[in-house]
Design a protein around this ligand. Structure first.
Ligand code: PLP
Length: 359
């Protein structure tokens, strides 16, 4: 392992052009090219620690560079380049390896999971050291893997989750991600609950509708579009979320080009009209089947609600009694503003739905 600590991009490149700490740096030119190709941009931001790492344990043990960026170089992994915030409070468990230091780089630069977003993942809620509806998530991950022609061993993932949980010391809620890349790197990543979730649960969501640009039936008979598959390709979803923030909203509801309600970037739309709960149909719409919505509908059906899938337009949502965005870790959050129009909150109905969903 060789380490350099450099104040700016130029020095970074200079450092990489010659052996570092006398180390065996065959790949330094490749690194330099890589840095010239864009990663060096990060070095301009003096706040970013930029790490090129190969040795998991050593990498995990490093502190932050005072100025500029820190670079750890080794020929074994050309371009394992990550702009890293220290993973101070996280558990990382790698399939086939077990629990490792959370700063360990586990994905190669040429893994299509990162170069093409080719892979799948799950986001799960942990409460007091237990995973909520693990079976439903593993069933969905198995479906994703089948659609992507990736291997999936449920027992291995169960064991991995158990290892991660055993290493998690905190009571209360946490978030668990299960990730599998095309390079067949699988890992479980366990972190505290996102800081803004308690506020959103309390205050509700202000959302805007954005078009996803395809019709409500765009995914019919087109399995290659991977409708309903929870792939790693979430850049569009994240861009939509940033657009919402730019417009002063908390979240997005995607609508089809022909005006039908689809889903949120990371959640399912559910709305109540009287004692009927509705959500968008799966299948041709291409939306993801939510495990939280499914549980909610199962339990609500038993509790006297009518539940149905219905293609709806945004006007139908304006007229609904309550509208929620529903997902595993955040839970059902009622929408208090839709496209700038205030909605009347219904705390009684909201409380019942949250309880039925397990929150
Ligand atoms: N729809 C999308 C696009 C999602 O990403 C998610 C969750 O991540 C959901 C819906 C909700 O799914 P779940 O309730 O299983 O978390």
């Amino acid at each position: 392992m060789a380490e350099v600590c450099v104040p700016d991009e130029l020095q970074l490149l200079e450092q990489l052009e010659r052996p570092v700490h006398g180390g065996d740096v065959h790949a330094r030119h490749a690194f330099a090219d890589l840095l010239r190709g864009g990663v060096a941009e990060l070095a301009h931001g003096r706040e970013h620690p930029l790490a090129l790492r190969r040795d998991p344990q050593a990498a995990g043990a490093q502190g932050r560079c005072q100025v500029g960026c820190r670079v750890l170089v080794h020929p074994a992994i050309v371009g394992s380049v990550t702009a890293v915030e220290p993973a101070s409070d996280a558990v990382l468990a790698v399939l086939g390896v077990g629990v490792v230091d959370p700063s360990t780089p586990v994905i190669r630069a040429d893994d299509a999971g990162v170069t093409r977003g080719d892979g799948c993942f799950e986001g799960l809620r942990v409460v007091d050291g237990a995973v909520d509806k693990l079976d439903a998530h593993l069933v969905r991950m198995a479906r994703s893997c089948a659609a992507l022609e990736l291997p999936f061993e449920p027992d291995a993932w169960r064991a991995l989750v158990a290892e991660a949980l055993a290493a998690w010391p905190h009571p209360g809620e946490a978030a668990l991600k299960l990730v599998l890349t095309r390079g067949t790197v699988g890992y479980a990543w366990l972190t505290p609950l996102a800081a803004d979730y308690p506020r959103l649960r309390r205050d509700g969501l202000r959302i805007i509708t954005l078009s996803r640009g395809t019709t409500i039936d765009a995914f019919a008979d087109a399995p290659w579009l991977l409708g309903g598959v929870k792939t790693l390709s979430y850049a569009v979803n994240m861009a939509a979320t940033r657009e919402a923030a730019r417009r002063g909203a908390d979240d997005v509801l995607f609508v089809s080009a022909d005006g039908f309600v689809l889903e949120a970037p990371t959640g399912t739309a559910v709305w109540a009209v009287g004692r009927t709960l509705r959500t968008t149909p799966l299948g041709a719409s291409g939306i993801l089947g939510g495990t939280t919505q499914q549980r909610l509908f199962d339990r609500a059906g038993d509790a006297g609600w009518r539940v149905e899938e219905a293609a709806a337009r945004v006007d139908d949502l304006h007229e609904a009694d309550v509208l929620w965005v529903v997902s595993s870790v955040r839970g059902p959050i009622d929408v208090i503003e839709l496209d700038g129009k205030q909605r009347v909150r219904r705390p009684d109905v909201d409380a019942e739905i949250r309880r039925l969903a397990g929150f």
